[in-house]
Design a binder for this molecule. Sequence first.
Ligand code: ADP
Length: 451
Amino acid sequence: MTDLFKRCVAWVTDSPVTLSTDAAVRRELWSALALAVAGLGAGGLFGYPWAGLAAALALILAWHLNKSRLLYRWLAHPESRIPELGGLWDEMIREIHRADRAKARHKDLISSLFERLQAAAAAMPDAMVVLSQYGLIEWSNAQAARLLGLDVRRDVGMRLVHLVRNPALSAYLGAGHYHEPLVLKDLSGGHVVEVQIIPFGDSQKLVIGRDITHLVRLEEMRSHFVADVSHELRTPLTVLRGFLETLQDSRVTIEDVHGNLALMQEQAERMQRLIEDLLALARLETTPPRSHDEMVDVGALALSLRDLATALSGERRHRIEIDPGGGFLIGNREELRSAFTNLVHNAVRHTPAGGLITIRWHIADDGGRFSVEDHGEGIAARHIPYLTERFYRVDSGRSRASGGTGLGLSIVKQVLVRHDARLLVDSALGSGSTFTCLFPLSRTQRAQAGA
Ligand code: ADP
């Protein structure tokens, strides 16, 4: 009997029976027994022992019924004051109350866990959308707003394919084969998104969208680059092949051979320059910057650049002036020399014979400035933003004819980036150009007085 009571308490309160419950049950049984015996005795005194027992049992039953009524009333309104029922009933109420508090704690724990999960999903770099079995949006994160144009709050309950209007997405969602991801282009924000769908639960779906815009652009750049290099190499190779075929002709005279040899050499040199520039660019892009920093005496470098310009100018007799202020640049001597040489090369190439070219270097309060100014053909403003792109030429024919590879300013830009510097181009069509490299003060060192 005690055991039955205990199990009742455990069932109602959904908590293990404690020692105090055990004692309360025992107390309750003893008092019921005492009352029954008292009823039996009192009834016996009047000659009706069974009627006395029945009255005592009825009294016990009525008392418990009343307590269970009060308990029921409190359970219906748990916010009301906890009733004082006494005995086992108090014990029951205590257990119910304890179970309630444990449930509330569990609820808090689960909701804080859920909030943390939501916060983690919101912080994910990928877009995430949970779809119901009917394809309606149940939840989405901030990245879904950025990549797919969804509104985290407003679009709950809406159909995803109505908001992201893309036939490929509708077909993909409908097909139900999600082994291969889907690449979505032409989205409103201009992103390229790789969509993966993971079915879960009761026909629900988790849609994950990864931003691959950058990867796609890189891939496009890579294939353009391969096409450009192939094109650049094919032209001199075609010329060389043509010459070789001509030379195989039995009617070719020794004069023809001599005439063609110079042109063949020129094409071979062009290919060599292109390959050297490509290798220089690859080196700049793959080796870590600041690996070989040293004190570079830019004044002395400017002097050697003047000699180089004079040699390049040759018969065209440009006037080369230098204004070599003192001070040093902290950087890689060979990289800086290659960048400055490219600027001097361009100035000589794009300035008519006898024109003035000035090479300047000085350290000001805002940093170091190395510039090459020419009085050549100049560059139209619309070309200036693209000059440092690989193989960009204002006039392709003229650039190739003058020996340009189309990579000179790309190399300059890479070198400057590695020296925390930037390139300024000041040019106007017909009145020459000034290319200035701006170095931060941290990259300069003024010459010591008396040094
Ligand atoms: P290239 O090897 O063809 O000179 P660059 O990358 O060095 O390639 O230069 C890109 C283009 O910028 C050149 O084709 C040329 O049209 C233009 N350019 C560069 N420097 C000058 C300059 N000093 N004057 C006029 N145009 C220039």
